[in-house]
Design a protein around this ligand. Structure first.
Ligand code: ADP
Ligand code: MG
Length: 600
C-alpha cells in the first residue's frame, strides 16, 4: 500500500488554526489591538463596520514593520516576541504565538500598510485566504494599519455561525474595554458604522474607568492596593451599595493581560459578603503584577485563562485587600436595598443548570376548567423537564380552540397575603397559594406574547418625549429589538448617535420609571441571553415580564390580589412562570387533615 500521510498545505493549516484563534470578529479586534500595544503604540484607533463582519481596521502609531517583516508577519509561528522556549517564562508582551495574523489572513481579505519611523516609504500588502495578491511600496504614516474585510468570506459555514450584530458588537466592545482598561496611558478610539463610540485620552486608571463606563463611576469606586512578595495588587472595586443586579463589570488583569478566573472572582465576592443583597454582583477592576515565571499563560489559544503557582495565597491576598478597602472607604455600607427593583428570582435559575428538586405539579392545571372535568392527576416531573416543556409550549402559537373560556364567576376567593409574597386563596375546597411575582410574570408574558404574535392595537399613554442614551453595545441591541419593543406598546425611535427617544409607554405602567424600565429590560435580556440562544422574542418577553412584574416583598391589597389570581387562572399556561417556576401550589383538605392526625 502507498504511504498516505501528507503535511497539510499552509492555507489549510492556517484555516484550521484560525478556527481556534479567530472565533468571531471580536477575536480579530483583540489580536490586532494587542499587536499595536506590543509595537509600542501610544495611539490606537479601531474602526468597525457591520459589527466587524464586513470591516475591522486597527491603526497604530507603533514601531511599524520593515518590508521583509511585513511579508513575514503573515507566516504561521512568525513572531518577533520570543526566540527560545525559556522566553515563554518571561513573557511581558501580549502576543507570542505568532498565529494571529496568519489566521486572520487565512479567513479574511487583509490589507496591511506599515512604515517604520526611520523609513521614508512604507509597505503595502494585500493578502486574501493566505495568498498574497499585491505587495508594493506605499506612502503612509509611521506605524501600522491593518484592515480585515469580510471575515470568513471563504468559510461560509463559519460565517453563518456568527451571531446577530448586537451580539457580535457586544463582544467587540467587551474586548475593546478590556484592552483600554489595561492601558490607561494610551489613547484609544472606536468607531462603528460611522458613529464615534469611544474617544479615550491617556490618563490614570480612574479616568479610564469613567471614560468607559460613565462619569458616575468616579464616586462609586474605591481604590484597592496591596504590595506583597508574591504580587502587587492595585485597582478599584465598586462600593457594595452600587452593586449590579445583573453581571456588572468584572475585570482581572495579570501583568496587564485580561484574564478570567472563577476562583479569584470568588475571593472578591467573598470580600463583599453581607454587604450586597443576595443575587447582586460585585464589580471590580483589579490588576495583579507578578513575576511571569510564576504563571502559565500558555494554556489557552486566546489566553484568557492563566494558571498561578500560588493560587491559594493570591486568593487570600485578594480577599483581604478588597475587604479592607470596602471597610475603609465605604463609611456606611447601605444594606437597605429597594425591594421593588432587587433581583428576587435567584439569578442562578437562568445561568446554571439547577439542581433537580422533584415537584408535584401539573403545569396545565387550570382550576376553572377542572370544575366540571375529572380531576387531572398531578404529574411528577423534574424541574428541568418542566422548564424545557414550558419553553417549547411558549414558542408554539396556541390554536384558538386552546384559548381559555372566560370564567362566569370568580371561583377563587382571595383570603389574604402571606409574607408579602404569597397570595392565599380558596378554591374548590382547596387552599391555593399563589407566588405573586411568578404569577404576575406569567400574566404579563402571555399578554405580550399575544401582542407580538397577533399584533393587536396596544393602548398607550403618551409621554413628554424622553431621550435615552445608551452604551454603544446596548444601542445596537436596541436597534435589533426595537420593532418588537414597539409592538409591546413602547413608542420608541432611533434618534442619532447611541440615542433613542421614547414618546409613549404601554398603558398601565407607572410613569416616571420608564428609563429604568427600559434599562432593566435590556439588562435582563443580556443576562438571560446565554441560556436562550437564538430565541430573541422569547428572551424579550421574559425580560419584559420580569421587569414589569410585581415583586415578591410588595404588600398588595385584596383587590390587586384578586386581579392577579383571576388573570392567572385565565392564562393558557397558569401553572408555570415564564422561567418555568411553579406559580401556585394547592393544599387539599385531606392534606390538612393528615397534618392534624400526625399531631395526635
Ligand atoms: P504575535 O503577536 O504572537 O507575535 P502575530 O501574528 O500577531 O503574532 O504577529 C506576528 C508579528 O508581526 C509580531 O510578532 C510583530 O513582530 C509583527 N506585528 C504584528 N502587528 C504589528 C503592528 N501593529 N506593528 C508592528 N509589528 C507588528
Ligand atoms: Mg499578536
Amino acid at each position: 500500500m502507498k504511504d498516505i500521510i501528507r503535511l497539510l498545505p499552509d492555507p489549510v493549516a492556517n484555516q484550521i488554526a484560525a478556527g481556534e484563534v479567530i472565533q468571531r470578529p471580536a477575536s480579530a479586534v483583540k489580536e490586532l489591538m494587542e499587536n499595536a500595544l506590543d509595537a509600542g503604540a501610544t495611539q490606537i484607533q479601531l474602526i468597525i463596520r457591520d459589527a466587524g463582519k464586513s470591516l475591522i481596521q486597527v491603526t497604530d502609531n507603533g514601531s511599524g514593520m520593515s518590508e521583509t517583516d511585513a511579508r513575514m508577519c503573515f507566516e504561521r509561528h512568525a513572531t518577533s516576541k520570543i526566540t527560545t522556549a525559556e522566553d515563554l517564562f518571561a513573557i511581558r508582551s501580549m502576543g507570542f504565538r505568532g498565529e494571529a495574523l496568519a489566521s486572520i489572513a487565512a479567513v479574511a481579505q487583509v490589507e496591511l500598510k506599515t512604515r517604520r519611523h526611520e523609513a521614508e516609504t512604507g509597505t503595502m500588502i494585500e493578502i486574501e485566504g493566505s495568498s498574497v495578491i499585491r505587495q508594493e511600496p506605499c506612502a503612509c504614516q509611521p506605524g501600522t494599519s491593518i484592515i480585515a474585510k469580510n471575515l470568513y468570506f471563504n468559510v461560509p459555514a463559519r460565517r453563518n455561525f456568527l451571531k446577530s450584530n448586537a451580539s457580535e458588537t457586544r463582544h467587540i466592545v467587551e474586548e475593546f474595554q478590556r484592552i483600554a482598561l489595561a492601558r490607561p496611558d494610551i489613547a484609544f478610539s472606536m468607531h462603528h458604522d460611522g458613529f464615534e463610540v469611544f474617544r479615550l485620552k491617556p490618563g490614570n486608571l480612574k479616568q479610564r474607568i469613567t471614560g468607559l463606563f460613565g462619569s458616575n463611576y468616579a464616586e462609586r469606586i474605591v481604590p484597592v492596593s496591596e504590595e506583597t512578595t508574591i504580587l502587587n495588587l492595585s485597582g478599584f472595586v465598586l462600593k457594595p451599595e452600587f452593586s449590579k443586579k445583573t453581571r456588572g463589570e468584572q475585570y482581572f488583569f495579570v501583568n496587564n493581560r485580561f484574564i478570567k478566573n472563577g476562583y479569584l472572582h470568588h475571593a472578591v465576592t467573598d470580600a463583599y459578603e453581607n454587604l450586597m443583597p443576595h443575587g447582586a454582583f460585585a464589580s471590580y477592576f483589579l490588576f495583579m503584577d507578578l513575576d511571569p515565571s510564576r504563571i502559565d499563560i500558555n494554556i489557552h489559544p486566546t489566553k484568557t485563562e492563566v494558571k498561578f503557582e500560588d493560587e491559594k495565597s493570591i486568593y487570600a491576598i485578594l480577599r483581604a485587600a478588597v475587604k479592607r478597602s470596602l471597610g475603609k472607604f465605604s463609611i456606611t455600607p447601605s444594606l437597605d436595598f429597594d425591594q421593588e427593583t432587587s433581583f428576587n428570582i435567584p439569578v442562578r435559575m437562568y445561568n446554571e443548570v439547577p439542581k433537580q428538586p422533584v415537584i408535584n405539579i401539573n403545569p396545565g392545571y387550570n382550576p376553572f376548567r377542572d370544575q366540571d372535568a375529572a380531576p387531572v392527576k398531578p404529574r411528577t416531573i423534574g424541574w428541568e423537564k418542566m422548564y424545557e416543556a414550558a419553553l417549547r409550549r411558549d414558542s408554539v402559537e396556541p390554536s384558538p380552540s386552546l384559548l381559555p373560556d372566560i370564567p362566569v364567576a370568580p371561583a377563587c376567593r382571595v383570603l389574604g397575603q402571606l409574607n408579602n409574597s404569597l397570595i392565599v386563596a380558596m378554591m374548590n375546597q382547596e387552599l391555593i397559594l399563589i407566588d405573586q411575582q411568578a404569577a404576575h410574570e406569567r400574566i404579563i408574558y402571555e399578554r405580550n406574547f399575544d401582542r407580538l404574535t397577533h399584533q393587536p392595537q396596544v393602548s398607550q399613554q403618551d409621554l413628554f418625549p424622553q431621550t435615552l442614551q445608551f452604551t454603544h453595545a446596548d444601542f445596537v441591541l436596541m436597534q435589533e429589538l426595537q420593532d418588537d419593543i414597539r409592538k409591546l406598546g413602547f413608542d420608541i425611535r432611533e434618534f442619532g448617535a447611541n440615542t433613542f427617544v421614547l414618546n409613549g409607554i404601554p398603558a398601565g405602567i407607572e410613569k416616571g420609571k420608564e428609563k429604568d424600565l427600559i434599562e432593566g429590560i435590556l439588562e435582563s435580556y443580556k443576562n438571560f441571553n446565554s441560556s436562550l440562544k437564538n430565541q430573541a422574542k422569547e428572551n424579550l418577553l421574559r425580560s419584559v415580564a420580569f421587569n414589569l412584574s410585581v415583586k415578591a416583598g410588595k404588600p398588595l391589597d385584596i383587590r390587586e390580589m384578586q386581579q392577579i389570581a383571576d388573570d392567572l387562572l385565565a392564562c393558557r399556561q397558569p401553572g408555570l412562570s415564564p422561567a418555568g417556576k411553579p406559580t401556585f401550589v394547592t393544599v387539599t383538605v385531606q392534606e390538612i387533615e393528615k397534618k392534624f392526625q400526625q399531631r395526635q
